[in-house]
Design a protein around this ligand. Structure first.
Ligand code: PMP
Length: 387
């Protein structure tokens, strides 16, 4: 289709045609046997994608921010001490959400483009009294990636629950929820899960569920309260009808298709593919003389890349030219440097052709904006990496 553009922002992403087809089939009742089976299948498959045999999955209508809200409102009681490790915009958002539930929040902010060092986090936890450690796996504003394995170990060592904001990572970045001791892994449908926006998803460990069950005070959010949703999730898991709030029927059908596709690729293969594509993308940017925002490749995300514009060009013009080449990328998000960088998502259904087209578009747009790069250098780099 000539008018079709390639959506290369870090969510919503390009979706598989079979997933989109599921969105357009006639909507059934939310208690129809086929739908109950599909919802149950989704919950079973989530545990495989999250690599959590023991966890309790939840899927509700809403965006990723609701998943953040749900984890916070159910686990936090007023005065609970919560440590937030922030690597950008979404860490700050999480701190605000936690404060609404009257948590006593301490925030450890990274320097721009960096993570917070393990010993800094550990020194804070050593002070004692914390009940929850919260972190963003991949902060979509910076493209910086935390290591959940290390943070999970710290959670275990200091006996605090861990919450991972995986909105820009689940089903793209490696996460082993049980093995790495992460108590809540949350996400939204529109990113590497590969379903149009509208679903908040999370899996809670039994330890997290215990903290919720033992609350002394009511959950301060009616819609997000596990009391409302746990019986519904359990019913679907047992293939029984149930109702609290009408589920987004077609989104759930689309989720079933997408989770099947994810599992048929296999989690290990999927993690590997995201690593390979992101490395090729970063190397191509660097071959064109551009710098990425993360301080080193070791902490760069595999689901998106944040890249600085060359100082000589106008970022808005660059993205406009790129759009004219049929490629849509995102501008900056972090207030301090919003006009200085752009972000490209490469997760989920993204394939080799999408990456090659994007890089060649970037080269073209850079040249049109008056930046002298070695035309073809980026494309040849990506071709050699993804051969
Ligand atoms: N956390 C992260 C890491 C995100 O990337 C986003 C969305 N870009 C959110 C939370 C919020 O998700 P939503 O926009 O779906 O509410």
């Amino acid at each position: 289709m000539k008018g079709r553009k390639l959506l290369m922002i870090p969510g919503p992403i390009e979706f598989e045609p079979e997933v989109l087809q599921a969105m357009s089939i006639p909507t059934t009742s939310h208690v129809a046997p086929n739908f109950i089976e599909s919802f149950g299948n989704c919950l079973d498959m989530m545990k495989k994608v999250w690599l959590s045999e023991d966890g309790q999955p939840f899927v509700v209508s809403g965006s990723g921010t609701l998943a953040m809200d749900m984890a916070a409102s159910n686990l936090v009681e007023p005065e609970d001490k919560v440590l937030v490790v922030s690597t950008g915009y979404f860490g700050e958002r999480y701190a605000e959400i936690l404060k609404r539930y009257r948590a006593d929040v301490t925030i450890l902010k990274s320097e721009l483009g960096n993570i917070v060092e393990q010993n800094v986090i550990e020194n804070e936890l050593k002070k004692g009294g914390y009940s929850i450690l919260v972190f963003t796996h991949v902060d979509t504003s910076t493209g910086v990636r935390n290591d959940p394995k290390i943070l999970g170990q710290l959670g275990q060592k200091y006996n605090v629950l861990t919450i991972l904001d995986g909105v820009c990572s689940v089903a793209g970045e490696e996460i082993r929820q049980d093995e790495w001791n992460i108590d809540i892994v949350l996400t939204a449908s529109q990113k590497a899960i590969g379903v149009p926006p509208g679903l908040a998803l999370l899996v809670a460990s039994q330890k997290a569920m215990e903290k919720w069950k033992n609350r002394k005070t009511p959950v301060l959010n009616y819609y997000a309260d596990f009391n409302n949703w746990l019986p519904i999730m359990r019913a679907y898991q047992e293939r029984k009808p149930s109702y609290f709030g009408t589920p987004p029927v077609n989104l759930i059908l689309a989720l079933e298709v997408s989770l099947k596709q994810i599992l048929s690729e296999g989690m290990d293969e999927r993690f590997k593919r995201h690593k390979k594509i992101s490395r090729a993308f970063r190397n191509s940017m660097q071959a064109l003389g551009l710098s990425i925002l993360p301080k080193s490749n070791d902490i760069a995300a595999h689901t998106l890349t944040a890249t600085y514009y060359p100082t000589s060009i106008d970022g808005n013009l660059f993205r406009k030219k790129l759009n004219e080449h049929g490629i849509i990328v995102a501008g900056g998000l972090l207030k301090e440097i919003k006009t200085e960088y752009f972000r490209v998502g490469h997760m989920g259904a993204v394939n080799r052709n999408d990456i090659i087209s994007t890089i060649s578009g970037i080269e073209n747009a850079l040249t049109q904006c008056g930046h002298h790069c070695n035309l073809g250098k980026g494309t040849s780099t990506v071709l050699s990496e993804l051969s």
